[in-house]
Each structure stands twice: as structure tokens, then as C-alpha cells.
Design a protein around this ligand. Sequence first.
Ligand SMILES: Nc1ncnc2c1ncn2[C@@H]1O[C@H](COP(=O)(O)OP(=O)(O)OP(=O)(O)O)[C@@H](O)[C@H]1O
Length: 722
Amino acid sequence: MPAHASADQSSSPDPSPDPLQRERAHLAASRAALRAMRADVESLDLSDVTGNWVNAAILQREMSDRIKALADLAHTPLFFGRLDYLHAPGLDGAGDRRDEQFYIGRRHVHDGHGDPMVIDWRAPVSQPFYRASRKDPLDVGLRRRFGYTGGELTAYEDEHLTDPAELDTASALLAAEIERPRVGPMRDIVATIQPEQDEIVRADIHGTVCVQGAPGTGKTAVGLHRVAYLLYAHRERLARTGTLVIGPNRSFLHYIEQVLPALGELDVAQATVEELVSHVAVAGADPADTAVVKGDARMAAVLQRAVRSGIRLPTEPCVVVRGSRRWRVPAYELEELVQELMDRDIRYGAALAALPQRIAHAVLVKMENGGEAPDDRVQDAVARNPAVKAAVKAAWPAVDPAKLVFRLLSDPEFLAACADGILTPDEQRTVLWPKPPRSLRTAPWSLADAVLIDEARDLVERTHSLGHVVLDEAQDLSPMQYRAVGRRCTTGSATVLGDIAQGTTPWATASWAEALEHLGKPGSRVEALTKTFRVPSEVIGYASRLLPGIAPDLAPAESVRESRGALTVRRISPAGPSPDDSAADDSAALDAASALTPPAAPAALTDAVVAACRETLRQEGSVGLIAADARIPLLAAALDAAGLPHLDPGTETTAESRLTLVPATLAKGLEYDYVVLDEPAAIVDGEPDRRTGLRRLYVCLTRPVSGLTVLHSRDLPAALRV
Ligand SMILES: Nc1ncnc2c1ncn2[C@@H]1O[C@H](COP(=O)(O)OP(=O)(O)OP(=O)(O)O)[C@@H](O)[C@H]1O
């Protein structure tokens, strides 16, 4: 692929013979056009068009969003690619210009005549930028990628896809983008989306897509670009129905929250599962075995019974007195009405709202038979009659979801009645609170309890469903949590992203087929991403040694990074680092030696970790010190004592502050140029079982982009010793 980086600075009249100058001229003209578009919007006078203040406020907001979207961000290139078609393509998305050359960028820019200067990356005409290949050029003669330095267009790279003489070489610009040091929040990848990723980004909105991807294969990036794509392709529909991105915790959401705004999409909600089900304040945590049972899909059946447990078939008639007359609906007729509602597949609350109307209707029929001519207003009045209300209350009592779950968890007899044949007696004992709380307010609600309440709420009243939901780190959800997410997209679709090998909850899913079933999207397609953009080969090779033990069905990822990455595994003896301490394979010998020596004093390890952080900070980019949660306070104090400022994972790294101290349980989804990993054995021990511990370690080992330093005083897990 011919690459060009230098410009001929000659001042020849436009069009310049130097292609780079011509491209710069197009960039300057596009920027001017964007400024003009923005000025147009800013100068619109809304005073005539807005009939009332509500409309005015809405329009004003739309306008200010549009003005924001039209900002020319100095460090975000306006276009990053060019496609020269062999023939004029279908004009969909390209305005009415009958040209074969298109500049591809983050947003659409047109000139004063309405002719496109830059085409949105999501338009159909841009798609071949991501998909065209020598094998299938998709009518593209030339694909040009642009390189920028500090907002200046400084290079370009050409691929003549139909030229058999041109060699197929790797893109240096793509490699540079992948290798670029990471500081600050996650950034978009629009310029370098890969074909297999693009397939997922542009998948049809009607279907749910599940992506199994190894660490760093771009699952999160793909999910976010997919939302941006869907908002472009189905803007009106999704503006009505809404989109939501669900992530594992706030630090993670903070890390990704800039990506969609950078793509011009400001209106996407982001939440954790906990936030979705925040009907009660979560104050407690369940022991693992309790959480597993509470998260089991069988709990849905228990709740179904519990919600309906108060229904009673009437045995008394309902007598309505109106004026001087009494109307009597006999018990058998009421029973039929209740039975019919029980048989129908409608929400408990909808049936509760329908029953008084049904009874009132029965009264009205009797009135008509008695020679009266009642209208709808009479029916409403009868439905509100105290006798009808009392009959409804006796047959179909209102259900408060939180109270219901409270009762289930504190009343063994009620639980036994609802769980009979569904949960074993042992399981029932497991879910009961050891000491029933006094009141709803003082109950030690756990996240699993909040999910149960959410399920009960949905049985009473249908949960609002969105147009599209992206669920990241999906492997960690319990079946009941999948159901909670699933009911938020019953009428829409979902993008489910995860990695079975990174499942670190006791209820983590064993298979995507099962997860999709619980989500209510059985049989959805599952795609695999296997090329890691983050983790260098040396490091992914090392971490993948854990795979046979933690997810035997998964193949190791392949790294697309140019740099093999630096991997150092060092045992710290009580006296300090061992003399020979550079490469991974040293650890086996060192481990063998350690059988004779007592475990290293933690102080020596901590000193070595602080020294490694200081050393690593000499290089450009971000540094993450990842350690077992229990070791965080000690390490924080040691870093403070050494005068090394450090951040929490939720805080953005900046050029001045590049070191983040990361508890192992918060490392998921994050990445750093360099990772210093403290005492793997402590990370494994931090989890309730060994497999989960090793999975947590796998997550931690796969956070670095360029280098990994593992420091340990205790033995490494066997798979990592050789
Ligand atoms: N096509 C691409 N071009 C350039 N960079 C990419 C591309 N795809 C992914 N990346 C980069 O690779 C890194 C990992 O991506 P991402 O975090 O989305 O992976 P992931 O699969 O969600 O990882 P994990 O499972 O570890 O959470 C990010 O820095 C992302 O920007």
C-alpha cells in the first residue's frame, strides 16, 4: 500500500498537483462549509415558527443540540478516508451528487449548493470503506486513509483494490492508530472499524446479536458504534422508543461515556443493572449461594405464584344498591369473571383494573334486563361502588412488589407455599433472611432482591420497553438479571457483548444460548471476535494459558498489535527482587527455589510494586496498578508515601496524572498502556472459588496495551509458572 507523508509546499495555483495539498484544500473547504452550516442554524429566527412556549423550548433544545453536533473539533479529523468508486453508486445517503469520490467522516457536511463534501461514516455509500477488499472490491477503485497529527492532515495511504500489481500490505495508519498511547477516556474507532466488526455494527435492527469476544477484541467499541449506527439508520423510531447502554459499574460507564458524544450522539442513556432495578436502596450483599438461588430463573415461577397467591374465587354475591334498587351479582357469576381473568395472559395489575369494570358490566346487564337504560357513566359509577370495591379487594387484592418480596424472604410458610415443587427445602432456607427485618425500610435489600422486586413489578405492570439495548460484560448476569434486561427490550432488540472466560460472578453464564433464552431472545445469532486490538501477543499468550482451566471451549485470541509487548514476571523474595528477574520463564525456576525459602515479606513486594510504577511512568501513556481489593489501602498508602499521585478507576487519566490504582474487581472493561500487576495469588484468593479467582486474574492480565509487569511473592497459579 503506497503511503505518502510529505507535502510539496510549492504555491502552485489550485488545484495543486500535490495530492496532499489537494486533500488539505478539501479539508479547509469542508471546515468552512461546516462553519457555514453552523452559522445557518445559529441565525435561524425561531420567533415566528413556534406557536407556544413548549414548542419553542423543544425546538430551541433541538437547535442547540444541532449546533453542538456541528462543532468543528480541532483534534477530531473532519474526515478520515476517501472512496473513489469506479461507477457512480446508488445515491442513497449521498445527496443528489452524481460523483464517484466521497470523503468519509464523522458527520455529513455539505457546501452552499447542498452537495456533500463529507459523508457520514454510517451512510450506505460509506460502507465499502470498511468492507471492500481485493477479493471483493465492491466497485471501489481507490481507498484512501488519512493520517493526522494534532488536527493537521499530514499523510495518506492508498489501496487500489482492483490493481492486481499492487501488493497487499498492512496499513501503517491502522497500526499507528492501534498502537497510539491511551490517555483519557475511551475513544471512537470510526476510522479503523474492521470488516468483522462492521458486520456487527451494521447488523439489522430487528435481530438481537450476541458477540463472544476475547479481551480487547473491540466488543465495547463495537457495541457503542452499533448504537450510533442504529440511531443514524432509524433515528425517528429510536428517538421515540429510546436506546440504552448497560455496563457493569459506574467507573466503566464513565470510561466509555465520551464515545457516543464524539460520534454526535448525545441522547443515549447509560446505566448499570443495579440502577435499572433501583426500586429499593440496596444495602446488603448476599452470600454467594444465596445470590445464586435468588438469581435462578426458577425464582420467576416462585414470584408468579406469589403475586397471584392472594386471588380468591368469590363465594359471596356482590350486592350494589343504587337509589331504591338493589342489584345482585351472584357468587358463581363473579367466580366466572375472576376465573376468566386468571386464564388470560395479562398483567396482574391490568386484571385488577379490569375486574371492577367487569362486575359493573354484569350489574348493567341486570339493570337493562330490569328495564333501565344505563350509559357508560353509570358503569363507571358502579365500578367505584363500595360493594364492588370490596368484592374486588377480596378476590384480587392489590400487590405491592416490594412488600411481596419482603414477605417471601421473611415468611417461611409463605415461601414454602409459593416455592413448593420449584425450590428444594434447602434452597428455600438459603433465600430466607436469617433474621427477618422489622420493616420494609430497614430490610437489608441486596441487588438480587432488587431484581426480584423488578420481576414482581413486571408481573403487576408491564415494564417500559426500549427500541434497542446494548448489554456489555453480559457474561456476569444471573438468569434473573437477564430477564430484567430482556423486559426492557421486549418490543426492541439487543446487542449482547461478553466473554465467557471473563465471567466472575458465581452465577456467570455457561453458554450464550442459555443467556439469550433468559433474555427472551432465544436462538439469536452469536458472532465471535477473535482478534485482540488491545493486548500484545506476548501478553495474550501468557494470559491464555489460563483458558483451559477457566473456559475450555474457547480458543485463545490472536493479537493484531505490531509490538509483541513487554512481559516481565518477577518473584520478590523477602530481601527484595531476585537478581535474575527479567523474563516470564524465569518464574518456574524461581518458584522451585522458593520452596526452600519462606514466603516473601509483603513489605518487599510493596516496595517493588511502587518502584515498578515509578519505572513504568517513565514511558508515555497510562499506567494501571492492579491488585486484589484487599491490598488496595496498603498500596495506596505506599504510593502516597513515595510521592506518586494516583487516581481511582472512575477518574479520567490526564497527561499529568497517568497512574491509576485499580482494585481487581473494577478492572473489567478498562485498559492501560502499562499494567503493573500485584500478587496474582491474592487476586485469585479474593474470589469465593478458584475458577472465579482465575477468571478474575485473566481479566487483570488482559488490561495492558503495551506492557505487563507481574510482581509476586507467593506462588503463581500452576498454568502461569512455566
Ligand atoms: N478496529 C479497531 N481499530 C482500532 N482500535 C480498536 C479497534 N477495535 C478495538 N480497538 C481498540 O481496542 C481496545 C479494546 O477494545 P474494547 O475495550 O472495545 O474491547 P473489549 O472486547 O470490550 O475488551 P474486554 O473484553 O477486555 O472488555 C480499545 O482501545 C479499542 O479502542
